[in-house]
Design a binder for this molecule. Sequence first.
Ligand code: HGY
Ligand code: MN
Ligand code: MN
Length: 403
Amino acid sequence: MSETSDLLAAIADTGRDATRGGYSRPVFSTAERDLVSWYTAELAARGLEAETDRNGIVWAWWNPAGLPLEGAVVTGSHLDSVPGGGAFDGPLGVASALRSLDLLRQRGVVPSRPLGLAVFPEEEGSRFGVACLGSRLLTGAITAEKALALTDPEGNTFADVAARSGFDPRGFGRDEETLARIGTFVELHVEQGRGLIDLDAPVAVASSVIGHGRWRFSVHGQGNHAGTTLLEDRRDPLLAASRLVVAVREVAAANPGTRATVGRLHPVPGGTNVIASRVDLWLDVRHPEDVVTVAVVAEITRRAQEIAAGEGCSVEVREESFGATVDFDPALARRITGVLDGAPNLSTGAGHDAGILAAVVPTAMLFTRNPTGVSHSPEEACTDEDAELGSTALADVLADLLV
Ligand code: HGY
Ligand code: MN
Ligand code: MN
């Protein structure tokens, strides 16, 4: 065990998903709130007081000189997960933030600026459909009006769920006062790919986050009886949706570098002996060049309309979120690469709160090696040794930025 992995061991049973495997810790769920309680207790054990802002972001400040809270160096990540996710996506960045504070104190670092620790809610967007919802609200990348109207799979609005969790729905939205506190943001995250395996290195500095978006396709047909409806009399939306999923892969393969995924498909009403009346499916498309993402989605939409018509169905398409490719602050990345003795630089296909904050403050990311290269799955991994090397690298970077 290492100090960083010791921290993670304390939450290893929180939000385990016996059905899917891995962890399911949706925002404002009992599991996710238990993680926030764990985080709050770890902060208190370090003499720091957690405060939750009006967007649901949990802050704490290490500010021994009692300096004004402005232009601070901030680090942190998220605690919510995808359904059946791994143990490290999010929590490794939070544990590394706590551990790096311990290391800074052990080294006797006297910060000339405050250090902030932050945990952002709904980074995965797995409950309300928009990724990085907390950081988007903080920066104004999404309006409060749009966020409050978002619904979870059970039809609960973000406004209602947030209110039941103690938040004033009128409080959500861009927060200038909090943004003024952030001078630099550095997020550590488990790598969600094979880059560091292939480079045989424990830590990398991020160069960019490729652009990505989510679109909801609703295919409408005729619900009917599975036994009394002859094939020639059917308008089966699940047949059309299935052909669409295959078309998604075909269009992506025709545009090199594209990552297009349908990971969620929901027939309505969903009975074994029922021809569906509607099928909702969600498309995730990513590409380093935003114009390609746009073109791929346009072609998939055209194919969807063609396929639906061929089955006597119709299709509605709605963009749920989109974020352009983000290049992190080059000067900051160079500075951090220097502090870490020439650590490799990697782009990532995964979205992060750092990718949102990069629009408003100088932002950087560190990646810690994942020996399986797998993420958004129980097979996501990080060795105790690498976890500690990541925290140590984060402490080195923060020490350089704080003094
Ligand atoms: O979807 C993503 O890339 C991130 O894990 N939210
Ligand atoms: Mn993440
Ligand atoms: Mn994730």
